[in-house]
Ligand binder design. Structure first.
Ligand SMILES: [Zn+2]
Length: 279
């Protein structure tokens, strides 16, 4: 089942241009506020009441985490540029390209499709943003989904195309024009990396079909903040711009036009999962 209506590509393109223009205006507003202000201001809402939570060591320099008094989002102040992120991540050994283990990894990622099926029972069209090596997408394809990926890293994109034959857009959502709407959008450990939460969720909102669902997982700041920050570079690193709690993730989803059906912290790992649909 593919939910109607399939989006018109001209409408999508026009909305994308409008979204990108809004992102630019938002960025200019933030830069202006930064230039005027004496202290840091929020990268999300622009408020200047920021509380310092602490800092952690990173090979790219010490990183401070600040929490906005208005929107409640915790965030890094110093951030690497997108080109540096691409170079850093593309050589990151936590994303191995392991052809021999590909079948096992596809099976391991089947949990994601079980989760999706609880909300979208009939296979339709699925997009995974930040699809890495495409194991979840391949697991979905084998269960009847029509799948597509978006991935920043060239090495991972090449693997998805060559090993699985799945279409993948190399880049970010800013430059992605889908061929139609999606019934499920998966963003697993992606939202903490995006420069603009408004921009990211705005793009998803545009191409999620009515009745479709967004599946998000991020590190949980409620859980992780109790850890020794310097001992957990998997959570506390220069590539994680945002640190979400249940309250702040729920708030940004609502603000961007989503209704959250589930929002829960993993009982075993410091992860926070949200399942949302268009409100
Ligand atoms: Zn804020």
């Amino acid at each position: 089942m593919s939910l109607e209506p399939v989006l018109d590509s001209h409408v999508l393109l026009r909305r994308k241009v409008e979204l990108l223009a809004a992102q630019q205006q938002h960025l200019v507003r933030l830069l202006t506020l930064h230039a005027r202000g004496e202290g840091p201001c929020c990268y999300h809402c622009g408020a200047d009441g920021m509380d310092h939570e602490g800092a952690f060591y990173s090979p790219h320099g010490d990183c401070g985490i600040w929490t906005c008094g208005r929107c409640g989002l915790s965030q890094l102040r110093e951030r690497p540029l997108e080109a540096d992120v691409e170079a850093l991540e593309d050589t990151n050994e936590i994303y191995p390209t392991d052809t021999d283990r590909a079948e096992d990894l596809v099976a391991e990622h089947g949990f994601m499709i079980d989760l999706v099926a609880q909300h979208v029972p009939e296979p339709g069209r699925m997009l995974e943003v930040g699809c890495s090596h495409g194991y979840k997408l391949e697991a979905a394809r084998r269960r009847g989904w029509e799948v597509e990926g978006v991935e920043l890293l060239p090495r991972a994109c090449a693997f998805v195309r060559e090993h699985f034959g799945i279409p993948v857009h190399q880049g970010t959502l800013d430059s992605f024009i889908p061929s139609g709407g999606f019934d499920a959008v998966v963003a697993w450990h992606v939202l903490e990396h995006v420069p603009s939460i408004q921009g990211f969720l705005g793009h998803v909102r545009e191409f999620l079909n009515p009745g479709g669902f967004l599946f998000v997982q991020v590190p949980s700041f409620e859980v992780a903040r109790k850890l020794e920050w310097d001992q957990h570079p998997d959570v506390f690193n220069a590539l994680h711009y945002w640190f979400f709690t249940k309250a702040s993730l729920g708030a940004v989803l609502q603000e961007q036009g989503f209704r959250t059906e589930q929002l829960h912290i993993d009982p075993h790992l410091p992860f926070l999962t949200a399942i949302a649909t268009l409100s």
